[in-house]
Write a protein that binds this ligand. Structure first.
Ligand SMILES: C[S@@+](CC[C@H](N)C(=O)[O-])C[C@H]1O[C@@H](n2cnc3c(N)ncnc32)[C@H](O)[C@@H]1O
Length: 242
């Protein structure tokens, strides 16, 4: 899978070359190319931004350099083009799965006060990574590259680790523990040491439902719940323990 990123700050992407993403690139499962669209500016000073029509603080990035840069990318016509903006649709695990099915993503990072709104006619979708405002689209681009890469076949060592993670079934993941069994008086839940796989499965499901109910109850509306889940949820609502 190929990621092409258009940015004014390519140096911010040095952080992406680590861990699982780095390994995926080394194995040629992904390829990341970073483009500085300032290099495509037809302004002799390399300027890419200007004042906002109608007035207001801050500078708006114009279309010329961005589009010339985008059109220089091999395969740009068929690539899926994403614009990062706080006004876009919220990025979710479901969206990450959808993107992981694509062969080629072109991602456009704004900066300053954003990009001339007419850019929306040249992209396939507008994406926000949350209800907060960042300095630029570079961190959102890294978030998308990271979350999409770990869903690609062969990237994670253990295929199961992506299957049970938070948001996969619209549930948060259950709590996990490692050694030692007791740390500063805090014990690992007894059931996890029991070796009883069915009990452990039930406990984890209960805890996933409990965390989701307490922290993100709106997710439960989308989750497919079994009869066992509904029974567990009744217990959780009554404040009962597993
Ligand atoms: C300072 S922001 C511009 C904010 C814009 N004036 C507004 O109020 O919507 C500069 C750039 O950062 C990126 N950005 C900031 N917050 C973001 C978010 N939550 N999700 C995606 N991109 C974001 C976008 O590319 C945006 O063009």
């Amino acid at each position: 899978m190929r990621f092409d990123v258009l940015t004014l700050f390519p140096e911010m992407f040095s952080g992406i070359d680590a861990s699982i993403v780095k390994r995926a690139a080394e194995r040629e499962i992904i390829e990341i190319r970073i483009h500085n669209f300032r290099d495509f500016s037809d302004n002799k000073h390399g300027r890419v931004d200007d004042y906002s029509y109608g007035g207001g603080a801050g500078l708006i990035i114009g279309l010329q350099a961005i589009l010339d840069c985008m059109r220089s990318i091999e395969g740009h016509e068929s690539a899926h083009k994403i614009l990062f903006t706080p006004t876009g649709n919220l990025f979710t695990q479901k969206k990450a799965r959808e993107f992981s099915q694509k062969k080629h993503l072109i991602m456009l990072c704004g900066h300053y006060e954003g990009i001339d709104f007419r850019i929306t006619d040249y992209v396939d979708e507008e994406v926000s990574i949350g209800d907060f405002v960042l300095t630029g689209g570079e961190i959102p681009a890294m978030a998308v590259i990271d979350s999409v890469t770990r869903l690609l076949p062969g990237v994670l060592g253990n295929e199961e680790s992506a299957a049970c993670e938070s948001f996969t079934d619209y549930l948060l993941e259950y709590p996990q523990y490692t050694r030692p069994e007791e740390f500063e008086g805090k014990k690992v839940p007894e059931v996890l040491l029991s070796g009883n796989h069915e009990k452990i499965r039930q406990y984890r499901r209960f805890k996933a439902l409990e965390l989701t109910y307490l922290r993100r109850p709106n997710l439960l509306e989308k989750a497919e719940l079994t009869e066992e889940d509904l029974r567990f949820l009744d217990m959780i609502k009554r404040g009962e323990e597993f």
